[in-house]
Design a protein around this ligand. Structure first.
Ligand code: ATP
Ligand code: MG
Length: 442
């Protein structure tokens, strides 16, 4: 009573722990230190590649007004209808955890007047939240890297986004990610298509599942996205969007495709690839791997020339993509895992005097040798127990500072992971020894 935990169960007697452990929310996972090298490698690679194309990072809040997503993503979508984490703030505002990044980036661009310098190339990275059924490759908190470009209407920028993706796959050491592309034309062209698709699907209503029937009148294009095999079979005979495109749309698509050819980016046209939202136009694409099972799309994107206007701005063209970081990391694990981020050196020190000297020495080396990772032993202990910890740290080297070494102005360097053995090294050449060691590693 009197505390915020007033209702919590109290222990029956003093021998019981004060409380039971609390686990994370279903579908929301910790990223553990043992995986961090994969995340760092992915994020560093993305940052490097995007900056070489002139993209600049933007960081936006994780929480926004629900209305922002309702407007940008659309009411008749799974994301807005049933996947958002929404709650009422203390002042009555309806807020949601962001399910994706584009809506927030558009808001930020308008709010901060960034379009004066259009075209602007932006990228972001961070956690997104969707309350879907957790399964392999699908979680409730996941992470995306996204890029958005505003103020460029031509197919050149669509193609640049894809050549950039390809460079990222290459730098990550990933292979076999295939590219599917399609054109959605303009919203007027899509309206005519939508009508004939609706007619076709209504005539075959008995072959649709409940989900598709639900979408039939509201947003029949989204049925093209159905994962039901029976529905997919029916769709093979459905009218094709491409037949409804006018000259200008076909021109954009052809321009886009010949630029991809010029860049050497291989692709397949998938006439059933859609995004079910009205503000999408022209180019849409997905990068897909067959190595991750059903959740194989690692990156998806397209052109959304109507979105900025929907958010209250002037009609600026926009195009972008979002990559799923967890799926890319899973693929890196399958194909080309980068080296782990263990310390290079575990520092073993015997005796009080050697400990003080050792900690100083470690400081000095960190200052002198850029990138050298040194983990000092904590809490003393025998040589034997210190070497056990050195082993557990994963470090390839132990630097040993005992009374002998202290007296002689030396350290012993012991190779822990191979048969090289150990050697004594004078303190005055230690800096160059480690610089050389790191050079050999790289
Ligand atoms: P899907 O058809 O797989 O549900 P989507 O169309 O909902 O995908 P987008 O909104 O286009 O996905 O998001 C871009 C990328 O983000 C996806 O291709 C995927 O790699 C990743 N992603 C989306 N939702 C999740 C999730 N719940 N868990 C993990 N990654 C996700
Ligand atoms: Mg989804």
């Amino acid at each position: 009573p009197g505390t915020a935990y007033a209702g919590q169960r109290r222990p029956a007697d003093a021998s019981e722990p004060v409380s039971s452990t609390i686990n994370s929310i279903r579908g929301m996972h910790d990223v553990l230190p043992s995986d961090m090298h994969l995340w760092h490698f992915l994020e560093d690679t993305v940052r490097d590649v995007l900056s070489t194309y002139g993209y600049r990072e933007i960081r936006i809040p994780v929480l926004e007004k629900t209305e922002l997503f309702a407007r940008a993503i659309g009411d008749a979508t799974d994301v807005v209808e049933k996947e958002m984490y929404t709650f009422e703030d203390r002042n009555g505002d309806l807020l949601s955890l962001r399910p994706e990044g584009t809506a927030g980036v558009v808001r930020a661009v308008l709010q901060n007047g960034l379009l004066y310098a259009a075209p602007v190339r932006l990228w972001y990275m961070g956690p997104m939240f969707r309350r879907e059924r957790p399964q392999k490759g699908r979680t409730r908190q996941f992470h995306q890297v996204g890029a958005e470009v505003f103020g460029a209407a031509g197919p050149d920028i669509d193609a640049e986004l894809l050549v950039m993706c390809q460079r990222i796959w290459q730098k990550l050491g990933l292979e076999g990610i295939r590219l599917e592309v399609n054109s959605l034309g303009t919203s007027r062209e899509r309206a005519a298509y939508r009508e004939s698709l609706h007619r076709f699907l209504s005539d075959n209503r008995d072959r649709l599942d409940a989900d598709s029937i639900n979408r039939l009148d509201r947003n029949p294009l989204r049925i093209l996205d159905s994962k039901n095999p029976g529905v997919q079979e029916l769709l093979r005979d459905a009218p094709v969007l491409n037949d409804y495109l006018g000259e200008e749309s076909l021109g954009h698509f052809e321009g886009f495709r010949s630029l991809l050819d010029g860049f050497g980016v291989a692709y397949q046209v998938n006439p059933r690839l859609v995004r079910g939202l009205d503000y999408y136009s022209h180019t849409v694409f997905e990068w897909i791997t067959s190595e991750l099972g059903a959740q194989g799309t690692v990156c998806a994107g397209g052109r959304y020339d109507g979105l900025v206007e929907i958010q209250g701005g002037r009609p600026w063209p926009g195009v972008g993509f979002a990559m799923g970081q967890e799926r890319l990391i899973e693929l890196m694990r399958h194909q080309a895992e980068p080296p782990g981020e263990v310390p290079h050196v575990y520092l073993v020190m015997a005796g009080e005097e050697a400990t003080a000297g050792g900690l100083q020495l470690a400081e000095q080396l960190r200052r002198q040798v850029a990138g050298l990772r040194i983990q000092s032993n904590l809490g003393g202990g025998s040589f034997k127990s210190q070497f056990k910890r050195a082993d557990r740290s994963g470090a390839p080297l132990a630097v040993i500072l005992g009374e002998d070494e202290l007296r002689e102005g030396q350290v012993t360097v012991k190779h822990l992971r191979d048969q090289t053995g150990q050697e004594k090294i004078n303190l005055d050449v230690l800096e160059s020894w480690f610089k050389n060691y790191l050079r050999m590693l790289n």
